[in-house]
Write a protein that binds this ligand. Structure first.
Ligand code: C2O
Ligand code: CU
Length: 440
């Protein structure tokens, strides 16, 4: 399948902007956000043209969660040359997994993603029995200034040094609390994607039966949805029994004193199903099974490097974005190593060198009082256990580390190359909490 992406400024009036038009940066003329669907086994040939209006603003496309060859991974300096304004770059790969993925730039992500540069990538072929609907729901905030016509700064030292800088307007598919119609009493697949720079959400559906059937694209046996914490970049596929014709249930974020409504799900038309809710599972994923008994163990400790005072000083000096990709100062580190300030062109040594084909168990340790969604490129973690939360065994390319939490994940290092490993709260990533592992 051929896909032509053109990064450009496109003034857009999404419904959640309340009548205002904002200078979005997007990747296509299609309605925001673009949703690309492929069948398993199909090759994606994507071209990226950089028509961004700012001099020196290079870009790239990272295919988040796709276990592709390293040269296609879209990380400027580490896996490809940056794509400068006026240039074009070609990607070509066959995604090896079915599921719900997305794509976004990987330098100055705080602004480029903040202004809208992202798309959904769906690889079909995992449904043994078809569901009655398939609806991607993109959840994110926008940082809109008081005039309503522009953006607030995407990076603030106060935010970057703490939980991140939050948006001012929440949205689902570009609307505030939209009404989404589903076939009445149908078993409907909702692909929920947190594409926010910052916000961790706790997803639930009130007054409806629902089950999680995939995490980060990879199937798990249907797991009743009570609530699921979804950090930036994380996805869940949920099957919900839609309400009867004319009735509505609420998709909500419980990560607040009062649940925040995200979308209204309204049943429409004839009842599709009458049998008790027992959602069909997806076909099992294809992630190689790690050999836990013979795995090598490693610790990855996520820590703060900057004190509260340093953050305050940085703010006072009006820090902080240096040249593209990375802040002038660093607030965060992995195993005491912060990504060098400046930009990605100064590549630090790898956090670890992994032997191709070997299994590894990483103990991810959060030494900070903040949450960090930790993402690895080119591989999928098998979530083994946490010292704080009982979650079902599942796969994920991004796992959410709570304050003081330790999580064990395993993988087979089967994909050669240099693979980013970083926090997906973008300000944390761009102020030091980023590194890479080398598989040789
Ligand atoms: Cu979605 Cu390295 O990122
Ligand atoms: Cu973080």
């Amino acid at each position: 399948m051929a896909l032509a992406l053109v990064a450009a400024e496109r003034p857009t009036a999404l419904p959640c902007f309340g009548g205002a038009t904002l200078p979005l940066w997007t990747l296509s003329d299609q309605a925001w956000p673009p949703v690309v669907r492929l069948k398993l086994g199909q090759r994606l040939d994507a071209s990226l043209r950089n028509d961004l209006p700012r001099e020196g603003e290079h870009t790239s496309v990272h295919w988040h969660g796709i276990r592709l060859p390293n040269g296609q991974d879209g990380v400027p300096y580490l896996t490809q040359r940056p794509v400068w304004p006026g240039e074009t770059y070609a990607y070509s790969f066959v995604p090896p997994d079915t599921g719900t993925f997305f794509f976004h730039p990987h330098c100055d992500t705080v602004e480029q993603l903040g202004r809208g540069m992202a798309g959904v990538l769906i690889v079909e072929g995992d449904e043994g029995e078809p569901y009655d609907a398939d609806v991607p729901i993109i959840l994110r905030d926008w940082r809109i200034d008081d005039t309503g016509g522009g953006f607030l700064p995407f990076f603030t030292p106060e935010g970057a040094g703490k939980a991140g800088t939050f948006g001012t307007v929440r949205s689902a598919n570009g609307e505030t609390n939209p009404e989404i119609f589903l076939p009445a009493s149908g078993d409907c697949r909702l692909r929920l994607l947190n594409l926010d720079n910052t916000r961790v959400m706790e997803i639930g559906i009130e007054d409806a039966e629902a089950a999680i059937v995939a995490v980060d694209g990879i199937a798990l046996p249907p797991e009743p949805l009570k609530s699921w914490r979804l950090g930036p970049a994380m996805r869940i596929d949920v099957v919900v029994r839609a309400p009867a014709d004319g009735e509505t249930v609420r998709l909500v974020d419980y990560f607040a004193a009062d649940p925040v409504p995200l979308a209204r799900l309204t049943g429409k038309g004839e009842a599709q199903r009458t049998a008790a809710f027992d959602p069909a599972p997806l076909r099992a994923g294809r992630i190689p099974e790690p050999d836990i008994d013979n795995a090598e163990r490693m610790v990855l400790a996520f820590s703060a490097t900057a004190t509260d005072q340093a953050v305050a000083e940085a703010a006072a000096q009006g820090l902080i974005l240096g040249s593209l990709c990375s802040a002038v100062g660093s607030f965060w580190a992995i195993n005491k190593q912060a990504w060098p300030a400046g930009d990605h062109s100064r590549i630090p040594p790898p956090l670890a060198t992994l032997q191709r084909g070997r299994s590894y168990v990483f103990e991810l340790q959060n030494l900070t009082p903040h949450q960090h969604p930790i993402h690895i490129h080119g591989h999928s973690f098998k979530f083994l256990r946490s010292n704080r939360h009982a979650l079902p065994v599942h796969h994920a390319d991004t796992v959410l580390l709570q304050p003081k939490e330790r999580i064990e994940v395993a993988l087979v290092a089967d994909n050669p190359g240099d693979w980013m490993l970083h926090c997906h709260i973008i300000e944390h990533q761009e102020s030091g909490m980023m590194g890479f592992v080398r598989v040789t």
